[in-house]
Each structure stands twice: as C-alpha cells, then as structure tokens.
Write a protein that binds this ligand. Structure first.
Ligand code: SME
Length: 164
C-alpha cells in the first residue's frame, strides 16, 4: 500500500501525476531532443514527489542491446551499467513489464545504488517491440509504490516512445 500519497505541492498523488503528465506532454511537443526531455521529466518528477529518493532513466546501450546505461536522473550518483536480467531494472527490461518492489532487501539480485532506498518501481519503455530503456523510481519508504504509480508511469513510458 502506498504511504506517501501527498506530493510536495500537497496534491494527492493521482492529481500530481496528472499534472506531471500534462507538463511532460507539453515539453515533448516543444522539444524533440531525447536527453533534454528526459532530464526535464526527471526534474519534474523529483520536485513533485517529496517522498521519491531517486528518479531517472536507464537507456538500452546502442552498442550492446543487452545492457542498460544510466541516462538523465535526479538523486545521488548511481551505477552506470546494468545487464538485462540483473537487478530490478534489468528484470523489467528483460521481461518487458513493470516491476514493483515493496522491500528492496527481499528482491533477489537488487542492485544497491543508494542505501537509503527501501522500495522501487521500474517501468519499461517499449518502442517498436524493443526495450528502449526504463523509468526507475526509488523511495526511502517501504512499499511506497502502487497501482497509481504503475498507471501513470506506464502512461509516461508510452508517451516517451515517440522520442526513440
Ligand atoms: N536498484 C536498481 C539499480 C538502479 S538504482 O536504484 C538507481 C536495480 O536493482 O536495478
């Protein structure tokens, strides 16, 4: 059950996501550069949700389609490369599905980037049938992600496919 239901602005989480999605849609319609858009969307999410510790993107390597490489993010420095199938990000990428982890310590193979992280959601960005990357969000609270996060982060991932 998600506990951090209030955004920085005091809005309920669902309403805050709707605002972020609308802002992200506007950003993308004005600018086509992938890095610029992902950087601004990371910032939007980080500054909207006070209980999100780390938010960012891992992108499928151009030279190795079995590897994710760190993309734009907000939060502490993170590991730069993750193999498909490894950790929460690599599991999401290889299985092409959203993965929600209530307790990162109980996820076999979880890759620790920030020791303060307690729960995590990873959503794949699937473009033309291939995984172009993933959206990764960490929280310092356990079990802080649920169906609202899944719904809106999947909507965001779908919107981002046009950038690849
Ligand atoms: N915990 C992730 C690694 C990335 S960091 O959380 C930013 C994982 O297990 O894939």
């Amino acid at each position: 059950m998600a506990i951090g239901v209030v955004s920085t602005s005091g809005m309920p989480r669902e309403e805050a996501y709707r605002t972020v999605i609308a802002q992200a849609r506007q950003l993308i319609s004005d600018e086509k550069d992938l890095v610029a858009n992902l950087a601004n969307i990371s910032s939007l999410l980080k500054h909207t949700f006070e209980d999100y510790l780390w938010i960012g993107f891992y992108l499928t390597s151009q030279s190795d389609p079995g590897e994710l490489v760190l993309g734009p993010f907000q939060g502490r420095p993170a590991c730069t490369r993750i193999r498909f199938g490894k950790g929460v990000c690599g599991t999401s990428a290889s299985e092409k599905r959203t993965v929600i982890v209530d307790d990162v310590d109980k996820f076999p193979g979880h890759i620790v980037c920030d020791s303060l992280s307690r729960s995590e959601i990873v959503v794949p960005i699937i473009s033309g049938g291939r995984v172009a990357g993933v959206i990764d969000v960490d929280s310092g609270y356990p079990a802080n992600f649920g169906e609202t996060d899944r719904k809106y982060l999947e909507e965001l991932a779908e919107m981002l496919t046009q950038l690849f």
